[in-house]
Design a protein around this ligand. Structure first.
Ligand code: UGA
Length: 437
């Protein structure tokens, strides 16, 4: 079957925009990615990715060379050349939990002014319910009078670290539409991707995205609460989670206990959804508790370290992992930030290592901590090791080697990457999450 090719413009080259744009080019469409950050666009024009995402840079280069993917700061030109315009700019949360829609609104205005024929305007970033209507009002107000358009909500579900696979092989595609014309266009656009497409009204599509992230965050806080109960009763949270997950109604994913969720999505979206609920006249206490448990989980871990490393002031502490999860250099809302700041406040000397996040960590910690070039270098003569991100690389380092390098063999494993039995046998004082020590 011949695939219909579209001319697409994606405004915003963050994770969602850049990965979506590159993947749309990969499946055959012609894509222009737009950003007002000149440095970023320059980097992309030269074929390098401003974010670390496995496989992305290679895919950018390939599609750029094939003439299917280009980058510009000129939004008006990009919009004019396109049939479909995606809005993928960031939607940060304000202090009061409300979503800051300033970027979405500005972009909508600029898109509207550049409209020269019928286009479909699609919101791709996570946006609170009713943002689609707001975009529609702005476009209608600022676009030339004789031009028609449709708005669509098409939330993205990709995860950092596995973003390309998540985009190209999604569990489902959610599309909120207002009429059959937009439905047909969106169906054709996604034709090469083999996944069920769920068409809904725009408001439902917007709520689906928030509900998914809020539910996943709830699963994580739930298992972290269970981990705390396990710890107090000499039980093992991994065994509990495994058995829970085998119940098909619960499922095994997102039941890994640890030091809580971070990143640019869950913390922001949980707060935003609490706010959406409040504005709708509903007090979402359950989600407020999810947030509290998440914050507390970092504090509990920090207390455990402080309690078990006597006289921590002046002690040398090795940190493995800084990014909020493996396979990304993203430090946004990373648990490592609170935990390391807590240790610094107690006077500990921090020797950190992360396979890719060091540069981004330097912006946050500056010269308050030491940055090492390897995991073993960080361990040399340290008084304790703290694992904050479960990079595969750490799991492969031999226990004897770890022990030999450390001054004292104490490990605080915030991600449960080792087996407690093995660690005790190897002579470590090993503390993990929700398991016997
Ligand atoms: C999340 C969602 O999983 C995506 O579906 C969504 O598209 C994305 O947000 C978004 O809204 O853009 P992401 O933030 O990349 O993706 O990362 P996740 O893999 O979901 O992990 C989030 C956090 O939860 C990490 O800090 C991770 O360590 C933690 N986590 C995850 C746990 O503590 N336990 C688990 O079992 C799973």
């Amino acid at each position: 079957m011949k695939i219909k090719k579209f001319k697409i413009c994606i405004v915003g080259t963050g994770y969602v925009g850049l990965v979506s744009g590159t993947c749309f080019a990969e499946i055959g469409h012609n894509v222009i990615c737009v950003d007002n950050n000149k440095e970023k666009i320059k980097m992309l024009q030269m074929g390098s990715s401003p974010i670390y995402e496995p496989g992305l840079e290679k895919m950018i280069l390939k599609n750029k060379r094939a003439g299917k993917l280009s980058f510009t700061t000129d939004i008006a030109q990009a919009v004019k050349k396109s049939d479909i315009v995606f809005i993928a700019v960031h939607t940060p949360t304000k202090e009061n939990g409300e979503t800051n829609l300033q970027y979405v609104e500005n972009v909508s205005k600029e898109v509207a002014k550049a409209m020269d024929k019928y286009k479909v305007i699609v919101s791709k970033s996570t946006m609170p319910v009713k943002t689609g209507q707001r975009i529609k009002e702005i476009i209608a107000k600022f676009c030339p009078r004789n031009i028609t358009f449709d708005i669509v909500s098409n939330p993205e579900f990709l995860k950092e670290g596995t973003a390309i696979k998540d985009f190209l092989e999604p569990d489902r595609i959610v599309i909120g539409i207002e009429n059959k014309k937009a439905e047909a266009i969106m169906r054709n656009l996604y034709e090469p991707i083999k996944a069920p497409i769920i068409f809904t009204d725009i408001e439902s599509a917007e709520i689906i995205k928030h509900a998914c992230n809020a539910f996943l965050a709830t699963k994580i806080s739930f298992i972290n609460a269970i981990a705390n109960i396990c710890e107090k009763n000499n039980a093992n949270v991994q065994e509990v989670a495994m058995a829970m997950g085998l119940d098909k109604r619960i499922g095994p994913d997102f039941l890994k206990a640890g030091i809580g969720f971070g990143g640019s999505c869950f913390p922001k979206d949980v707060s935003a959804f609490i706010n959406v609920a409040k504005k709708s006249g509903y007090d979402f206490n359950l989600l407020k508790e999810v947030k509290k448990i998440n914050k507390k989980q970092r504090e509990i871990f920090l207390d455990k370290i402080i309690k078990n490393v006597p006289d921590i002031k002046g002690k040398s502490i090795a940190i493995w992992g800084l990014s909020f999860k493996p396979d990304t250099d993203d430090m946004r809302e990373a648990p490592s930030v609170d935990i390391i700041n807590g240790l610094i406040a107690k006077g500990a000397i921090i020797k950190s290592f992360d396979p890719v996040a060091i540069e981004k960590a330097k912006v946050i910690f500056k010269d308050k901590i030491i940055y090492c070039e390897g995991a073993k270098e960080a361990l040399k003569d340290c008084d304790a090791l703290i694992i904050l991100t479960e990079w595969e690389h750490f799991k492969k380092i031999k226990l004897e080697e770890i022990k030999k390098l450390m001054k004292f063999p104490i490990i605080f494993d915030g991600r449960n990457i080792f087996s407690p039995q093995k660690m005790i046998k190897a002579g470590f004082n090993y503390y993990s999450i929700g398991r016997k020590t």
